[in-house]
Design a protein around this ligand. Structure first.
Ligand code: NAD
Ligand code: DAU
Length: 342
């Protein structure tokens, strides 16, 4: 590996991966290809923008010419694909963009990467492809994919394409399935950054349904290290779960955020539930641990440092919470908050 293409590298997890790779691997060249959708942000990459082994190219993984040009120009030998529409609620309202980037885009990227003769292709996927997990059970890599939202279906479709390129064309592929990730530079539409930034301003926190849904929480640096571990040491054709092994109910996470910010519980509003809401995700990740990876951050400390980061970095999120974000807020929450209970 010498020239690594990181698609979607201006987003939340992709940018953490890029910052980590630049800091730890000066021998590798990191080229980011990102469309800069509403979720892509060059401020996430400011820390590496002057590094000699980093390049940024604006482009679309669903465009054959964008992919072909960057693969050739930078003599890419490895692809790590983070590029995706990533928010479940948006996929319920506007599924087309999800199929386009997450499924068709992966088809184009795989095909162009294969034509360019690359070595390894790593697809960043999600625990949501397993669907709802029964209380007490844990998903392992060989379990069937049973996605329930347009987002998770589009990601499962991408995984099947990755499999097809391996079997049909002999491409060296690895897939990672990460759990709910949190940390600095996350677009404030996902539960943690949304609730933290809203609570800082003393605004209502719209908790879906009874708030008893459970997620497994994974700190972003642990997720990025897990992806690097699978990239460098993973066996070709394998899937690797990456879990934080910290399951918590949404209502618990919400109250932890309020406590850390010393804001009152009265900010919580129980609003009408997300359609098709998966109640629980939980995974085991022994396969990745066998490669030497382990979680380095405990949830309580990482949540506290994440809250502090949003308190200290208003320059990053305040400009985002205008324009497009306001339109999204209106569409997703105006009616829900009007119907709120409590
Ligand atoms: P994000 O929404 O913060 O970033 C996505 C990035 O992809 C943005 O920079 C965006 O501009 C870019 N992008 C979107 N469509 C593109 C296209 N067609 N061509 C090029 N770039 C495009 O997402 P994230 O939370 O960082 O997630 C990154 C990946 O990790 C996604 O594939 C997601 O499915 C997966 N994942 C996310 C989580 C999570 O909790 N956030 C957990 C597991 C897996
Ligand atoms: O599990 C991995 C997945 O985690 C990733 O693949 C997705 O890209 C990522 O968005 C995330 O999906 P979730 O739907 O679990 O994350 P989100 O932050 O949107 O919601 C977390 C939980 O909080 C979920 O049960 C819904 C609930 N929620 C969310 C929002 C935004 C609320 O109750 N209110 C809200 O306003």
């Amino acid at each position: 590996m010498k020239n690594i293409l990181v698609t979607g590298g201006a987003g939340f997890i992709g940018s953490a991966f890029v910052r980590q790779m630049i800091a730890r691997h000066p021998e590798l060249n990191i080229i980011v290809l990102d469309l800069l959708t509403y979720a892509g942000n060059l401020n996430n990459l400011l820390a590496v923008s002057d590094e000699p082994n980093y390049r940024f190219v604006q482009g679309d993984i669903a465009s054959r010419s964008d992919c072909a040009v960057v693969l050739k120009e930078y003599a890419i030998d490895t692809v790590v694909n983070f590029a995706a529409e990533s928010h479940v609620d948006r996929s319920i309202l506007e599924p087309d963009a999800f199929i386009r980037s997450n499924t068709l885009g992966v088809n184009v990227l795989l095909d162009e990467a294969c034509r360019a003769g690359i070595g390894r292709f790593l697809q960043v996927s999600t625990d949501e492809v397993y669907g709802d997990v029964a209380p007490g059970a844990f998903s392992v890599e060989d379990d069937p994919m049973l996605p329930n939202s347009p987002y998770s279906a589009s990601k499962a479709g991408a995984e099947l394409l990755v499999r097809a390129w391996r079997v049909t064309h002999g491409l060296d592929t690895v897939i990672t399935r990460g759990s709910n990730t949190f940390g600095p530079y996350q677009y404030p539409e996902k539960l943690m950054p949304f609730f933290i930034t809203e609570a800082i301003d003393g605004r209502p926190l719209p908790l879906y349904g009874d708030g008893q849904q459970q997620r497994d929480w994974l700190y972003v640096d642990d997720h990025a290290r897990g992806i690097a571990c699978a990239l460098f040491h993973g066996e070709s054709g394998r899937v690797y779960n990456i879990a934080g092994e910290h399951q918590a109910r949404n209502v618990e996470v919400t109250h932890q955020i309020l406590d850390l910010l010393e804001r009152p519980a009265s900010l919580v509003r129980h609003v009408p539930d997300r359609e098709g809401h998966d109640l629980r995700y939980a995974m085991r990740c022994e396969r990745l641990k066998a490669l030497g990876w382990q979680c380095e951050h405990n949830f309580e400390e990482a949540a506290a440092s994440t809250v502090r980061w949003y308190q200290e970095n208003e320059w990053w999120w305040r400009p985002i919470k205008s324009g497009d974000w306001r339109d999204w807020y209106q569409r997703q929450y105006a009616d829900r908050l009007a119907a709120a209970d409590g």
